[in-house]
Design a protein around this ligand. Structure first.
Ligand code: DAH
Length: 339
């Protein structure tokens, strides 16, 4: 029995010394100390040992186990220490190396243009509000006085989710939503994405952006609209910019107009940029139709208002002299970095 234990001990210590990884140490544990291991076998054969010798043999078995366990523990620690040393060596940071340059993105021309528009109107006391991209037909058309047979409602022009819900074709529905809340006076702009069933080309996209404007208060007249947009145009395109109001029709404003600004490239003489006319169209506007006010719960005898709407891309294209709208959607950093 004694020789048996001695040979188990020697074999196990040799195996421990030869182990090159924590996993092989575990194999040693299973082989010598495990349920089916060598030492357990010796314990099981105790019944063949004379009763008076059993305590002695038991003690020897325990001693052997302790020796093996201790050797295993020490080796395990040694391995862990070596591993840690190895890792530290690999993870050394050379603080003298130049750092990697961060690729910082660039603000999109649309964003720059929008922030400029917002800055101008916030300066005049306007609030910036938002409405949903997916909108009820009720707000997108009906409450804006747009009749059921209006060409804009055609499926050729509007993306329908179902017969009552559309992807908004304009930011004008935000007007109705704000008026309905009933907090007067109103002085707001509403920027956002709009959708139309258009093919992509240099001047069209199925998804683009508009900025809506609305003022409702007592004694608001068309003169206030003209003055406001004149200030806006001068701020946006320079102090020499002239504005021209051309009569137009929008269902939700009466009277309505389209606004041109004098060409900031040629000053109005006529050039390639303004197609020789000296003027560039920038937005639609008008006095809020009394029927629209009434539909949104506002007394049109007491309150009047004006509204306007512009294409954000159009502003960005004009301001930065970009000649193809598709460039705004390709997100090529070489293009974007120029602005
Ligand atoms: N919603 C119009 C469009 O998409 C633009 C517009 C015109 C907005 C006149 C207005 C407005 O608020 O008064 O063409």
């Amino acid at each position: 029995m004694k020789e048996k234990l001695q040979s188990i001990r020697e074999e196990a210590l040799r195996a421990i010394a030869a182990a090159d990884a924590p996993e092989s140490l575990n194999d040693v544990r299973v082989k010598y100390l495990g349920k089916k291991g060598g030492l357990t076998a010796v314990l099981k054969s105790m019944k063949d040992v004379a009763p008076e010798d059993r305590p002695k043999v038991g003690q020897m078995v325990n001693e052997t186990r302790e020796i093996i366990e201790k050797a295993m523990e020490e080796t395990k620690e040694k391995m862990a220490r070596a591993l840690r040393r190895e890792r530290m060596k690999k993870e050394v940071i050379d603080v003298t190396l130049p750092s990697k340059k961060n690729m910082v993105g660039h603000r999109h021309p649309n964003t720059i243009a929008l922030e400029e528009v917002e800055r101008i109107f916030i300066g005049m006391g306007y609030e910036v509000v938002e409405g949903p991209d997916v909108e009820y037909d009720l707000y997108n058309f009906e409450k804006l006085n747009i009749p059921a047979d209006h060409p804009a409602k055609d499926e050729q022009d509007t993306f329908y989710i179902n017969k009552d819900i559309v992807l908004r074709t304009q930011t004008s529905p935000v007007q109705a939503r704000v008026m309905e809340q009933g907090k007067l006076p109103i002085r707001m702009i509403a920027p956002g994405r709009v959708f139309r069933s258009d093919e992509v080309d240099a001047t069209h996209s199925p998804s683009f952006h508009q900025v809506e404007g609305l003022v409702v208060d007592k004694n608001i007249s068309f003169a206030d609209l003209k003055g406001t947009l004149e200030v806006f145009a001068k701020e946006l395109f320079g102090p020499d910019t002239k504005t021209k109001f051309r009569p137009h029709h929008f269902p939700f404003t009466e009277p309505s107009a389209e606004v041109d600004v004098s060409c900031f490239k040629c000053g109005g003489k006529g050039c390639r940029f303004c197609k020789g006319s000296g003027w560039i169209e920038i937005l639609g506007c008008g006095a809020v139709h009394p029927h629209v006010l009434e539909m949104c719960g506002i007394d049109s005898e007491e309150y009047t208002g004006f509204a306007f709407g512009m294409g954000l891309e159009r502003i960005a294209l004009l301001k930065y002299e970009i000649d193809d709208m598709r460039l705004l959607y390709e997100n090529d950093i070489r293009f974007l970095r120029q602005f």
